[in-house]
Each structure stands twice: as structure tokens, then as C-alpha cells.
Design a protein around this ligand. Structure first.
Ligand code: GAL
Length: 666
């Protein structure tokens, strides 16, 4: 924690982006630094993809250019989040060791020419990566520019490797997990389809079995892949901790959240970092990314996190890449700060001239500093440097929490299920949205976490449940909590074997019901409910103590429960047997919240306005965001001062379209 306190004192709310000076002639670097200072940049990530530039031939190093870059940054007062440069192995390494290339599920190796094409289990990759990390740490550990280490890049945003080296590592991983082949056979239900193994040597990664892979094997492969990537990270981190014990270490989690089990990673990071790329063309982008931000804040129990990358404008990797409208970059940056970020960073500083990302926006666009984007970048830098008091300020613990469990997510999306359209993120977004839209703060918790501080716990989906997690959730309700659970939860154990005794066996008592049969809805189809519409799913619910709050109003299940409520112990458990439409969810959650006593951060906010709070040493700061394209009037319960404008709006704050205010009680 000392490491982080030092970082915060040095940087305030850090501001900057990925800086790739090796793509430019040196004379451009002087302009870079002048513009960074003009824009209030305090931190840049350097060297993420520089392996080939610092080690152009095996064991032959060229650090001269990087020395000059870092010296200039230090002289200009810009700190470096310095990469260990191991995210993308150089061509000489994959030429010498083609066996370290990622092999896809179908057995084809990825060819070099892109990036991050290494097998995480490869001893060759790990050995070379650790050696380079040690070199970099030793050379720059005492450099005045160095503020933070950046290891790898978006671990998990890679094709999972299925090569023979991975196969051998997977066998070792399985032997450690199950102890014996008999244990493995039991866990994987291998009596089915004659899959029984006689020895670990017979086990393979789930490459392309037909017609379906063993789902327990797929699930374990996802666990294994997450663990192998973490092992790569830890191998480098061990070097950094040893060489520079005072310098914090992080890695940036990829936007999609899914690939690695972040609960197992987070304890190893000094600070959580995240890359967010909300799609300006998606009307739901703001609400969706808010869930990711709540995850990031929660991973280390409310510790401020870093928005390590976002785009100043358009990205380049969607089929069609929308630009951010004027003001959106600023507003969305403040959204991250409102949800607990202590850093607002971009990909990237200067827009590349060549290469696959030349059409990705940057803080300094191709058009140079006279462009609108750079103007907005400069303005935001000014605002954030004035917001120093927010650095280190935690968000208070929320009253509501959402349960997220990675193995359950992976298992839910395994093969041969009642509907391939039941996706975890859709369920999570649908349940988070009514809280988000009502400006209700929401933490994210582990399924087996301590829930006792929360008035409301939302379980969008928990397909896979260990008996302990199941009992924990039950106890939470019994002891007075309010819980909302989505369909197809409590179905299987950690080995993807069905919990017998009627669905959802671990939660039947708590929910006061039994599910007889699943009726997934046709793609894009809906089913009328007593109020609103259901989507994605329906199922035959038999009440065993619960009351029906909404019914299916047509079809095979007409007249049967679609939403239920059950008093259990001193608490209440709600169940969603379908995915109600957004308006219906909002009504439902408003009622649930009212019963549970969970309030918005500020009362009476207009629909387009969001507020979140951070607790500084001298009191709360309400960050108020108008996501609408019209001005909005925000009633203020007590006199407040807007730290961005220095004004004291009395009673009513007028926020322009895409406006932001940082309010402190006056
Ligand atoms: C991220 C990646 C960056 C850059 C960016 C473009 O996923 O970490 O290096 O490629 O995407 O949006």
C-alpha cells in the first residue's frame, strides 16, 4: 500500500496514455513532450510493444533510444508506467522457437506478424520474458521517470493456446487439481461417451472434439488458461518486486472482462488497471461500461483503479468505428473517475502513421495539435489536474452488490445447453442497468464473499455453484438480506455436474420454488408477461412457498409464475424466470430497492443524469454526469459547490448536454 500512496502523491489523478516514441523520429519527441506538458499529461505507458526495439537480436540490447526517451520525460516532469516489453515476442525469437507460437483449437499455429502470439505455457517464452524483465528492471529501476511497472498487455486478450506444450502443462495442472486419474474421471463425468482415461498422458486440450467437447474439460481449460497467464505475470512480477521493491506493478485487464478470473488475479496486482472501449454507436454503452468500472473498483475492495486505456475518439477494430461526439471523451472519462478511477489514460498518445492501428484515434491525431480532439484532451488534463483531492478517495461501500463468478460464467457458456443465447454479460447488464439508471451505487462481489454489509444482493446468473457459495447466499437471505436471482442459476457444481433434487437444488428452499422444465425463447423472441415482456428464456416454475409477482401471459406457460418473491428467514429472495424488458426491470428493481432500503446517491435526478460519490479526506465529492444531449436540471438537497466551475448553484444545478460537475457540500 505504501507503493500506491507514493504513486498517488506523485501523480494525483494520473493523466496520459500509451506512448510509442519508437514509431517516430527523435525530432518528434521534443514536440511530444511540449504537447504533453500543454495537455497536463502526468503519466505515459512506455514500451508495451518494444521488445524488438530493445532486443533486436538474441541477447543484443539497444536501450539507447529508451534512455533518451525516459530522460526527456523525467526532465519534462512526466512519469513513466514502464512496460517490461514482453507482450509481443520479436520475430527472431519465434523464428528460433516456432514451438512457442500459439496454436488455435483447430491445431493451426498463429503466424507472427500480429502480436501477443505466444503460448503462455512455453518455457522458452517465459524464460526470455523473465530475462528481459530483469534487464529492464535493473536498467531503469532507479530512473527518476519510473513510477509504475506495466507487465504484459491485456493478458487474456489472446487466442487460448492448444499446443503440445500446453497439453503437457494442462496434464500437470489436472494432476495437481484432482490428485489421480480416478479423480479426474469423476470430475469430468467420463463414463459418458466412453471418455474414461487410464492415465493423464491420454488427456488433451479440448481442441476440436465432435460433436461436442466434454464441458467439464472445456471449463477446466478456461481455468487452466487463466492460471497459466497469471503464472507468466507472476514470473515477471517476482523479478520486479525483487529488483524494485518500492515500485508498484500492474497489468491492464482487457475490455471484455471474460478471459481471466480476475478474483484470482487481483490480489497479485498493486493496483487494478482496465482498458475500456465503449462503442459510441451503442446506446447502452454507458451503462455497460459502468458495470465494468464497478468490477474494477471492487476487485481490490474499493481501492481506486486505473483506466489504463480508452480511445479519445474512434477505435479501428470494429467492423465500423464510430467517432465519439464532442464532449463524450471528457464525460466518459469522468464517468470512470466517478466509479473510482484514479487514472484517466488513453490508447494512444500520438496516432500511428503506419501499422494496423493507424486509424485508431489518439490524443494527438494525424491532423496535429490544432484538432478538436487535442483541444478536448488539453481541457480534460487541466480539469483533472485541478481535481487532485479525488486521488485516493474511495467510493463508500455500496448498499447493493452484484455477484460475479468467472468459472460460472465460463461454464454457463459451455456447449450443448438449453439455449446458446444465455450469456452471462447480458444477464449482468440487465440486472445492473436498473440500479445504474437510478444512480444507485453497486459493488461487485464474489459468490462466496462476505455479503453481510449489503442490503441488496443481485445474482444475475450463477449457473455453477459450489455448495459453500450456495449456503452463503442462503444464509445471507435468512439473516435479513434481499436477494434477486436470475434464471438458470444453481444448476451445476464446480465440475459442471447437475445438482440433483429439482432445479435449482441449492436455492430451492431460499427461493421457495422448483423449476420443472426450461422453455428458452426463440432468438429475439419475447413472451408477454402480466406487465411488460420477457425475453431470452422462460421456464415452468412450481411455487413451493414463494408468491408470483408477475405471470407469463401467453404461450405454453400462460398463467404460470415469471417473477417470484419469497420471504425466507428474515429476508426476501426474488427470482426471475425470464428476462423482463428494461422498463419492467426498472419497476421491479425500484420496488425491490424500496423494500430493501437502497437509495440513489442523490435523490430526484433526471433520467439522463448519473451521480456517484467518492469520499475524500475532507468530505464527499458527488460526481454528476449528464449523459443526455439536452441540458438537465439537477435538484440539490443541500448547498453544494461545483469544484470544476467554482460556482455554488443554489437549489438547482443546470448541467449542459454531456455536462459534468464535481460537487462538494458547501
Ligand atoms: C487494446 C490494446 C492496445 C490497443 C488498443 C486499441 O486492447 O491493449 O494496445 O491495441 O486495444 O483499441
Amino acid at each position: 500500500m505504501r507503493r500506491i500512496a507514493r504513486l498517488r502523491d506523485r501523480l494525483g489523478v494520473a493523466y496520459g496514455g500509451d506512448y510509442n516514441p519508437e514509431q517516430w523520429p527523435e525530432h518528434v519527441w521534443d514536440e511530444d513532450l511540449a504537447l504533453m506538458r500543454e495537455a497536463g499529461v502526468s503519466l505515459v505507458s512506455v514500451g508495451i510493444f518494444s521488445w524488438a526495439s530493445v532486443e533486436p537480436r538474441p541477447g543484443e540490447y539497444d536501450f539507447g533510444w529508451l534512455d533518451r526517451v525516459l530522460d526527456r520525460l523525467a526532465a519534462g516532469g512526466v512519469a513513466a508506467c514502464l512496460a517490461t516489453m514482453t507482450a509481443s515476442p520479436p520475430p527472431w525469437l519465434t523464428t528460433l522457437h516456432p514451438e512457442m507460437l500459439t496454436v488455435r483449437k483447430d491445431g493451426r499455429a498463429i503466424t507472427p506478424g500480429g502480436r501477443q502470439h505466444y503460448c503462455p505455457s512455453s518455457p522458452v517464452y517465459r524464460e526470455h520474458a523473465v530475462r528481459l524483465a530483469e534487464r529492464v528492471a535493473t536498467r531503469y529501476g532507479g530512473h527518476p521517470a519510473l513510477a509504475l511497472w506495466h507487465v504484459g498487455n491485456e493478458y487474456g486478450n489472446v487466442v487460448p493456446c492448444h499446443c503440445d506444450v500446453s497439453a503437457a502443462a494442462f496434464r500437470r495442472w489436472l494432476a495437481a487439481r484432482y490428485g489421480s486419474v480416478a479423480g479426474l474421471n469423476d470430475a469430468w463425468s467420463t463414463r459418458f461417451w466412453a471418455q474414461g482415461y487410464g492415465a493423464f498422458e491420454e488427456v488433451l486440450p479440448p481442441r476440436s472434439p465432435a460433436p461436442f467437447a466434454n464441458p467439464a474439460q472445456e471449463l477446466d481449460y478456461a481455468r487452466f488458461t487463466s492460471d497459466e497467464l497469471l503464472a507468466c505475470h507472476l514470473a515477471e512480477k517476482e523479478v520486479l518486486d525483487r529488483v524494485t521493491p518500492d515500485v508498484p506493478v500492474t497489468t491492464n485487464f482487457p475490455p471484455s472482462l471474460r478471459p481471466v478470473d480476475q478474483w484470482t488475479w487481483a490480489p497479485h496486482l498493486d493496483v487494478v488497471a482496465y482498458d475500456a472501449y465503449p462503442d459510441p454507436d451503442d446506446d447502452d454503452a454507458v451503462a455497460k461500461v459502468a458495470l465494468s468500472y464497478d468490477v474494477m473498483r471492487s476487485l481490490r475492495d474499493g481501492q481506486p483503479w486505473m483506466l489504463m486505456e480508452q480511445a479519445p475518439g474512434a477505435v479501428n477494430w470494429r467492423p465500423r468505428n464510430a467517432a465519439k461526439p464532442p464532449g463524450a471523451m471528457r464525460l466518459w472519462s469522468w464517468q470512470a473517475v466517478a466509479h473510482g478511477a484514479d487514472a484517466v489514460m488513453f490508447f494512444q498518445w500520438r496516432q500511428s502513421r503506419g501499422g494496423a492501428e493507424k486509424f485508431h484515434s489518439a490524443m494527438v491525431p494525424h491532423g496535429g495539435p490544432s484538432s478538436r480532439i487535442f483541444g478536448e484532451v488539453r481541457e480534460l488534463g487541466r480539469e483533472l489536474s485541478a481535481a487532485r483531492t479525488l486521488a485516493g478517495a474511495r467510493a463508500p461501500r455500496a448498499d447493493a452488490a452484484l455477484v460475479l463468478d468467472w468459472p460460472s460464467w465460463w461454464a454457463l457458456e459451455g456447449p450443448a445447453h438449453p439455449s446458446s443465447e444465455v450469456r452471462f454479460l447480458d444477464a449482468a447488464w440487465a440486472c445492473h442497468r436498473p440500479l445504474h439508471d437510478a444512480s444507485v451505487a453497486c459493488d461487485v462481489v464474489r459468490a462466496d464473499g462476505d455479503l453481510s454489509a449489503y442490503r441488496l444482493v443481485v445474482v444475475p446468473n450463477l449457473y455453477l455453484t459450489s455448495p459453500e457459495a450456495g449456503r452463503g447466499l442462503e444464509r445471507y437471505v435468512e439473516e435479513g438480506g434481499t436477494l434477486v436471482m436470475g434464471f438458470f442459476s444453481g444448476i451445476v457444481d464446480p465440475c459442471d455436474r447437475v445438482h440433483l433434487g429439482g432445479y435449482p437444488a441449492p436455492f430451492r428452499r431460499m427461493l421457495g420454488l422448483r423449476v420443472e422444465e426450461f422453455h428458452p425463447l426463440p432468438s429475439g423472441g419475447t413472451v408477454p408477461l402480466s406487465r411488460g415482456l420477457g425475453g431470452v428464456w422462460s421456464e415452468e416454475v412450481c411455487l413451493e412457498g414463494a408468491e408470483a409477482v408477475e405471470l407469463f401471459a401467453a404461450g405454453a406457460l400462460a398463467g404460470r409464475p415469471a417473477v417470484t418473491r419469497h420471504r425466507f428467514g428474515r429476508g426476501t429472495a426474488w427470482y426471475l424466470a425470464t428476462r423482463p424488458d428494461r422498463t419492467t426491470m426498472r419497476h421491479l428493481f425500484d420496488r425491490v430497492r424500496e423494500e430493501a432500503g437502497v437509495d440513489p446517491v442523490l435523490p430526484g435526478l433526471p433520467e439522463t443524469v448519473q451521480a456517484r460519490v467518492r469520499q475524500t479526506e475532507d468530505g464527499p465529492r458527488y460526481i454528476v454526469l449528464n449523459h443526455g444531449t439536452e441540458a438537465a436540471e439537477v435538484p440539490l438537497p443541500t448547498p453544494m459547490r461545483d469544484e470544476l466551475t467554482g460556482t455554488e448553484p443554489s437549489g438547482l444545478l443546470r448541467l449542459p448536454a454531456r455536462g459534468v460537475a464535481v460537487l462538494r457540500p458547501a
